[in-house]
Design a protein around this ligand. Sequence first.
Ligand SMILES: [Zn+2]
Length: 76
Amino acid sequence: MTCAVCGCIDKFDYHISDSVWEKVVPTRYRKRVVCLACFDEFAFEKEINYSDSIDVLYFAGEQAIFKFRTVSAEDV
Ligand SMILES: [Zn+2]
C-alpha cells in the first residue's frame, strides 16, 4: 500500500471508526490509503483527539506479520 498523502510504502494498517475517519481525513483522501503518520498530522491540524480510537495495529512485512494491541495511549 502506498500512502496517498506522502507517498511512503505503508506496511502498517489500522482500523478507525468511520466517524473519526471522516472528521480527520480531508475529503479527497477518504477513499485512499492514508498512513498513520499522515493521519496523525491531519488530526493534529484539526485538533482532533483520536488516541482512544485505535486498539489494534497491523504490520504486514515481507518476512513477518504482526498484530499489535494498544498498551497505552494518550492525547498529546
Ligand atoms: Zn503518509
